[in-house]
Design a protein around this ligand. Structure first.
Ligand SMILES: [Zn+2]
Length: 248
């Protein structure tokens, strides 16, 4: 038979330390000043413990300093990605997000694959974003398609998919986001990239950031369930507002 539960004893929150009085619902702390001269001298073990406590505190603070996060990277500027001044900006209407569905890679590897396997004139994307394998984490690389403001090759060959190639900026996140979550730094850089593009290209808007899976006629998981489009759009809107850029 189970023992009958006993009501908790009075004062079960714990005994009050010396000097603390509980009066009704209030707890008051009574401080008694002890002049330094009258303070009892510390005996040996107590002194050692005091020294240890001070050392621990110093160590803790030191750790806090060394572990403080590195200053945030400079946010992406337009000049870092701007195509040559002689190249007119295409009236892009979509930002289409992809993942490479691979462990690593970079623009060169994808370029080689797209030429060899698909017979294209080069990498199909406009931007590639590194995941720290083969390409530095959070590094944004613009490809020849962006520099030339030429159409992409990333959204499919069906007639209803055509506009997503002709007017869609293809952004490829290196990694497999069907299997992994997006790294906070990669997400930050992606948000900055989308914000800069929307700020500079009047035909773009936050609502036109889509995933490859959102292209009609596509049965793909790309860019993977690890990429939450709603969250990305929310963060891009925040970024535009925070930096005084055009929100649309
Ligand atoms: Zn894709």
């Amino acid at each position: 038979m189970m023992p009958t539960p006993q009501p908790p004893p009075p004062g079960h929150h714990g005994d009050l330390p010396a000097g603390v009085q509980r009066t009704g619902r209030q707890t008051t702390l009574r401080l008694t000043a002890v002049p330094a001269a009258e303070a009892p001298p510390l005996d040996g073990p107590t002194r050692l413990m005091a020294i240890a406590a001070v050392l621990a505190l110093v160590g803790f603070l030191g750790l806090g300093i060394t572990r403080s996060p590195a200053p945030p990277q400079q946010p992406l500027t337009w000049s870092a990605i701007a195509p040559p001044a002689s190249t007119a900006i295409h009236p892009w209407r979509f930002i289409v997000l992809h993942h490479s569905a691979s462990r690593g890679g970079d623009a060169q590897v994808i370029d080689r694959d797209h030429v060899a396997q698909n017979g294209w004139d080069g990498i199909g994307y406009h931007f590639v974003l590194g995941n720290g394998v083969d390409m530095p984490l959070g590094r944004i690389e613009a490809t020849f398609r962006w520099r030339q403001q030429s159409h992409g090759a990333h959204a499919g060959a069906l007639p209803l998919q055509k506009q997503f190639n002709t007017d869609g900026i293809g952004v490829c996140l290196i990694g497999n986001y069907e299997k992994q979550a997006i790294d906070p730094l990669v997400e930050r850089r992606l948000v900055e990239l989308c914000a800069r593009l929307i700020d500079r290209v009047p035909t773009l808007s936050v609502g036109r950031i889509i995933g490859h899976r959102d292209v009609p006629g596509k049965s793909t998981a790309c860019p993977g369930r690890g990429i939450d489009l709603e969250r990305i759009r929310y963060l891009v809107r925040q970024e535009l507002m925070a930096r005084g850029m055009t929100v649309r």
